[in-house]
Design a protein. Structure first.
Length: 289
């Protein structure tokens, strides 16, 4: 009873469980610090997932090296997910391995299948929210701070600190949620459609954020000007800025997006931008403001 109380005093390890809170925290830290360990196209993040089990495997099968090898082999299979949002899968896997070690009739394939079925949805929502919303918003704020001039570097420092704090906090919360709740809560979360609603909302917000970034950070200015009867007509000032402000930056961004959809590499796109910039700059079609 004393052992159970010690393990659950901070709400991390579960009552009657084999995994200590110290090992659980070490497992989470390994996952957050080394998610790309031995990354390869055969197993993706599989070996990093197995690395996560290093602190707990001997607690689960203290006197059974064969069971330890079996667990590590099972957890090193193909796995790929967003690091912070997908950390709950690793916490859940530890919980299931713990139940299995205590005699629960959990087949090996069940643990693998649960991990495989959850990694896709959580990778999708993680990439959408983290890379499409959190990072652009934070970058936009911090870039503006840096561009204030005077050798100001606080924007860069603030971004580095905040993105690390956010990543560690989110990863830790998800990891411990997965461990405490187990597979049932995560699957229920998906079946109720909560994930799809979050994903839809994040996609809409991501589009709004990207639109704001295009207006502020993409610059394309037309330099074409006509003269008639002593009156100059500038396409940029008298047409685009009057009727369709920022239409050229939007067109350039959507053109690059279309090339990416047609599987153009980033190197080819950068090369094309350089060529277009040189040609249009020399001919006066585009100008620098």
């Amino acid at each position: 009873m004393a052992s159970d109380t010690k393990k659950t005093e901070d709400g991390l390890a579960r009552k009657g469980g084999l995994v200590s809170k110290r090992s659980l925290k070490r497992s989470w830290l390994i996952w957050e610090m080394f998610p790309q360990t031995c990354y390869n196209y055969e197993r993706m993040m599989g070996q990093a997932a197995a690395h996560t089990f290093v602190p707990v495997v001997k607690e689960l099968y203290k006197d059974d090296p064969e069971k330890q090898r079996e667990l590590m082999k099972r957890e090193s299979e193909f796995f790929n997910v967003h690091v912070e949002f997908g950390s709950c899968i690793l916490g859940m896997a530890i919980a299931m391995e713990e139940e299995k070690a205590q005699g629960a009739p959990i087949p090996n394939e069940f643990i693998t299948n649960i991990k495989t079925s959850l990694m896709g949805p959580l990778a999708g929502v993680g990439d959408t929210i983290w890379q499409g919303v959190v990072i652009p918003i934070l970058l936009g704020i911090c870039i503006d701070l840096t561009r204030m001039g005077g050798g100001n570097i606080w924007g860069a420092i603030l971004y580095a600190v905040l993105i690390l704090l956010a990543a560690f906090a989110l990863s830790y919360a998800n990891f411990m949620f997965g461990y405490r709740a187990g597979s049932e809560a995560v699957v229920d979360f998906l079946e109720k459609g909560t994930l799809s609603r979050i994903l839809k909302g994040a996609s809409i917000m991501g589009c709004m954020v990207m639109g704001g970034l295009i207006v502020n950070y993409v610059s394309v200015t037309c330099g074409i000007e006509f003269s008639s009867a002593g009156t100059a007509f500038n396409l940029q000032a008298d047409l685009f800025d009057t009727i369709m402000p920022k239409i050229l930056p939007l067109a350039a961004t959507m053109g690059i997006y279309a090339l990416l959809k047609h599987r153009w590499s980033s190197i080819k796109i950068i090369g094309l931008i350089i060529v277009i910039g040189i040609v249009c700059g020399l001919t006066g079609i585009l100008t620098f403001v």
